[in-house]
Design a protein. Structure first.
Length: 366
C-alpha cells in the first residue's frame, strides 16, 4: 500500500479506558504507537519478539528439564526397595540348628553366610546410593532452573498481555473511528475511496487474526505456569524421597543389621553360657550321686564284720550237715557190712550143707 492510500490510526485514551487494573496505560499506548495497521509487516511482527522468547522458554523446558532424571531416580529407588526386601528373608536365627544336609554342604555357619550376603547387597546398595545422590543434585539444579523458567514465563505472559491490550486498542480505534470515516468517504462513489475502505478492512481483519494468535500464545503461556510448578513440585517430592532414603532408610537398615548381628552373637553367648551352666549342674549332680554311692559302699564295708553272720551261719549249717552226712554214711556202711557178713555166713552154711548132702549119696565123693 502506497502513502496515498495509507490510513494512519492513532490510539485514543478512550480505547485504553477499559484496560485491566494491573496494566499501565502508558505502556499500552507506547506499544500501540509501534503498531501500524496499514503495514502488514507491522501487524505480523507485532508481539513476535515476545512469542519468540516464549518459544525459547518452551525449548528450554524440553532441553534443560530432564524428565529422564526423575525416571532413573524412581527406578533406582525401586531397585533399592527390592534389594532391602530381598534381604528381609536372610535374618539370623539364633535357635535354628543347621540340617545335616546343610552341614554337609558347608552351610552350617549362619553368621558367615549372612555377612557374605550382606557384603554383596551392601556393595550394590552403595552404588545405588551414590547414583541417587547424583540424581538428587541434578534435580536440585533443575528445581532452581524451574524457578527461573517460571519467572521468565510470567514476564513473557505479562508482556503478551500488554501486546494484546495494545492490539485491542488499535483494533477498537479502527472499528470506532477510522473505518466509519472511510465508509462515509466511500459514499461518494469514487473507486479510490472504495479501495481504501477495502484495504482498511483487510488490514483490520489481519490485525484481528494477529490478535487471536497473541491470545492463543497467552493461553499457552498461562498453562505453562502451573505445568512448571507441577514439574517442580514433583522434583521436590522426589528429592525429598531420595533424601529420606539416603538419610533415614539406609542408615536404619544398617542399624537393624548391626542389631541382628549383635542379637545373634548375644544368642550364641547365651547358648554357650547355658551349655556351661548345664555342664556344671550335670557335673555337680553326677559328683553328688557318685559321692552318695561311694559313701554308701564305704560305710557298709566299715560297719560289716570280718565274717558276715550269714556266711558263718551258712558255714555252720554246712558243717552240721557234713557231720550228719558222715554219720549217716558211717551207719550205712556199718549196716551194709553187717548185712554182708550175714549173707556170707548164710552162703557158707549153705555150701556146707550141700557138701554133706553130696557125701551121703552112694557113689558120691568120700
Amino acid at each position: 500500500m502506497n502513502d496515498s492510500t495509507r490510513t494512519e490510526l492513532t490510539p485514543t485514551n478512550t480505547a485504553t479506558s477499559t484496560l485491566p487494573a494491573h496494566l499501565e496505560p502508558a505502556r499500552v499506548q507506547q506499544l500501540a504507537q509501534t503498531l501500524n495497521i496499514a503495514d502488514t509487516n507491522s501487524i505480523l511482527n507485532f508481539g513476535a519478539a515476545a512469542q519468540k522468547q516464549l518459544t525459547t522458554v518452551a525449548d528450554t523446558m524440553l532441553t534443560d528439564i530432564k524428565s529422564e532424571d526423575a525416571g532413573k531416580a524412581g527406578e533406582l529407588l525401586t531397585n533399592m526397595v527390592g534389594l532391602l526386601r530381598g534381604f528381609q528373608g536372610a535374618e539370623l536365627k539364633v535357635q535354628e540348628k543347621p540340617s545335616l544336609f546343610a552341614r554337609l554342604l558347608g552351610k552350617a555357619k549362619p553368621l558367615a553366610s549372612f555377612l557374605q550376603k550382606f557384603d554383596t547387597i551392601s556393595e550394590q546398595l552403595d552404588q545405588i546410593s551414590n547414583a541417587l545422590e547424583a540424581h538428587k543434585q541434578k534435580l536440585l539444579v533443575d528445581i532452581k532452573s524451574l524457578d527461573k523458567l517460571y519467572d521468565a514465563n510470567l514476564d513473557y505472559y505479562r508482556e503478551l498481555e500488554y501486546h494484546i491490550a495494545a492490539a485491542e486498542t488499535v483494533l477498537a480505534e479502527a472499528d470506532q473511528t477510522a473505518l466509519p470515516a472511510l465508509v462515509k468517504a466511500a459514499e461518494d462513489g469514487e473507486m479510490e475511496s472504495a479501495q481504501r475502505l477495502r484495504d482498511a478492512q483487510m488490514q483490520r481483519d489481519e490485525l484481528d487474526r494477529r490478535l487471536h494468535d497473541l491470545r492463543l500464545t497467552k493461553q499457552v503461556s498461562m498453562q505453562a505456569l502451573p505445568s512448571i510448578r507441577m514439574v517442580q513440585e514433583n522434583n521436590k517430592g522426589l528429592v525429598s524421597k531420595i533424601n529420606t532414603t539416603l538419610v533415614n532408610t539406609v542408615p536404619l537398615w544398617r542399624q537393624q543389621l548391626a542389631q541382628s548381628i549383635a542379637i545373634y552373637r548375644s544368642g550364641e553367648a547365651a547358648t554357650a553360657l547355658k551349655q556351661s551352666s548345664d555342664l556344671t549342674n550335670e557335673l555337680l549332680t553326677t559328683n553328688a550321686e557318685n559321692l552318695k554311692l561311694a559313701n554308701r559302699e564305704s560305710r557298709t564295708q566299715l560297719e560289716r564284720g570280718v565274717f558276715d553272720i550269714g556266711a558263718v551261719e551258712k558255714a555252720n549249717q554246712m558243717l552240721i550237715e557234713t557231720i550228719e552226712e558222715s554219720i549217716q554214711i558211717h551207719e550205712a556202711g556199718r549196716q551194709q557190712r553187717a548185712e554182708a557178713t550175714a549173707k556170707l555166713e548164710a552162703a557158707e552154711e549153705a555150701l556146707k550143707q550141700s557138701l554133706k548132702a553130696a557125701a551121703q549119696k552112694p557113689g558120691g565123693p568120700a
